[in-house]
Design a protein around this ligand. Structure first.
Ligand code: 5GP
Length: 193
């Protein structure tokens, strides 16, 4: 998605730890017009996939998931909670997830009432690096017996192995910007450059 790549190129900052910071338009302040374009692109890609639910992880995935869900006939959005909130109850699916940005092992939780065996799930997230967040959500879909139609990722750091791992599992991964390499010295290069 050209528009997204341009925004990343002009506004993205590369932080230590291989982190791309785009919080001027996606991760802190949200450009809602761009968010609508992102949602439209996910809808175009998965329009024929009979999506019944959109799944993501708190917090940055939620806005992306909700704006996408509007275009899929207002299917429900479910987001995994990273901590074990006391109001979650006992009937929860959970899977380990190593948080890339926090550098800590966490657990993703979803109330088992909110995911069904008949669901056909679209997983969305802001970034894909090593695939930990998506793998945890896929694991939870499998626990529920739900189908995974695919993943919609805003920015895939394609030089990290998450996308490859998930595609090798036979799961469709669509990314709107694919970063081929990034460094403070040489800037950001995209896959189709
Ligand atoms: P993964 O689980 O694929 O290793 O990493 C994806 C998750 O970590 C995303 O949910 C995202 O929040 C965070 N993440 C990974 N890499 C980056 C990055 O370069 N920038 C930002 N802002 N978040 C990232």
């Amino acid at each position: 998605m050209k528009l997204l790549e341009e925004r990343i190129r002009t506004e993205g900052k590369i932080l230590p730890g291989d982190i791309l910071k785009i919080d001027g338009f996606l991760n802190h302040r949200i450009d809602t017009a761009l968010l609508q374009e992102i949602a439209a692109e996910f809808h175009r890609l998965y329009a024929d996939s009979n999506i019944t639910k959109i799944l993501t992880v708190e917090a940055s995935g939620i806005a992306i998931a909700v704006s996408t869900a509007f275009l899929f006939d207002n299917v429900p959005v479910v987001f995994a909670k990273k901590g074990h909130a006391s109001n979650l109850g006992d009937n929860v699916y959970h899977a380990p997830v190593y948080s890339y940005t926090r550098g800590a092992q966490m657990e993703a939780h979803i109330d088992s009432n909110y995911l069904d065996a008949g669901d056909n799930v679209l997983i969305v997230d802001d970034f894909m690096a090593n695939g930990q967040a998506a793998l945890a959500l896929i694991d939870i879909c499998h626990q529920a017996g739900a189908g995974v139609a695919g993943c919609g990722i805003v920015v895939e750091k394609a030089y990290q192995d998450g996308g490859k791992r998930i595609r090798q599992m036979g799961i469709r991964v669509e990314s709107l910007a694919r970063v081929k390499s990034m460094s403070v010295e040489n800037g950001i290069e995209f896959e189709r450059d």
